[in-house]
Design a protein around this ligand. Sequence first.
Ligand code: GLN
Length: 390
Amino acid sequence: MKSLASKLSFFQESVIREMTRKAIENNAINLSQGMPDFSPPKVLIDGIKNAIQQEEHQYSVTYGRPDLREKISEKLLSYNKLNYYPEDEITITCGAGEAIASSIMAVTNPSDEIVIIEPWYENYVPLTRLAEGKPVYVQLNIDDFRLNEETIKESITDKTKAIVINSPHNPTGKVFTEQELRFIADLCKDEDIIAITDEIYEYILFDDSKHISLGSLEGMEERTITVSGFSKTFSITGWRVGYVVAHENLMTGIRKVHDYLTICAPSLLQLAVLESFKLGEEYFSLLKKRYQRNRNFIVDELKKLDFKIVTPSGAYYLFADISSFNMNDIDFADMLVKDKGVAVVPGTSFYNKNNQLENIGQNYVRFCFSQKYETIEEAVKRISNLLNGS
Ligand code: GLN
């Protein structure tokens, strides 16, 4: 029989989703895949009921419902300081995942280089491979997850097509500072690079950290593709409603890919997410408060257990250094899910596995804290005897 496409050999199935399967198998608390274990806001549930009553069962316009795009454009202007036209510069996608896929495919020619910041959210690399691009990895400083300007500059060649930025960042919880974003913006302008920015955690911020959209910086509007969605902000990760925003010149290509890849995002759910715009400031501040409480608790508890942690400023993950346990990430995650009943993601899933040098990820695991406070309390209880080895 003929063989499968050779580009598939460059990556494996998602480890995050594999850990969810292992969590189910072992009846473990799932702190691996980033999804809440509580209900979304009631207006959204009512939104679905209403959408069913309205019999919204057929395809929507490929680019997404016009009224939803209109609402998103208003939100982009007020929250992100981004000014894009709903008619031809905003497209509703099947989650932020499809938005990123369509964007990478739309800009990548075979052997174009796509700069990806390590550790990365695991979708970026396979999608670059599927687009026949070449991922170029640039590591964040491991001691504080800061961007190393020199390393990024060195990674740029005449084949560099795009750079993928994710802020707030998965898996570290880093929120890129204005200074870091300005550096990236200048680099993109000087070297003629497209920025693809994944801002799906834009409302999950701690302490006094602020979200800045890369596309809002001077001169970036035309060369930035901004991705976000409703999944994380409204706790509806399974609805798969996201969006992508870009200048018309880029959007023409993104829409071509989107059109043939998925036709449209689910119509029923596009109608239902419209209800989210009824939620005001109070909702967003409660969301922050909820996750801030989780973060404070889990960071404190894990530190007591000898994990080394750079405290996350946003998103709902922490990337914990496990070097005090004398185990690699895979064995550690395996032990945790089987013996303690807590699923986390091994750190190597967020690093380039073909790196011949030591893979830094083997000293880390990712904990997700998007669950109910009680769930996290229980997970911490289950691992509380880690240090005495019982
Ligand atoms: N973004 C989430 C995570 O990193 C969900 C991953 C996924 O399964 N798409 O866990």
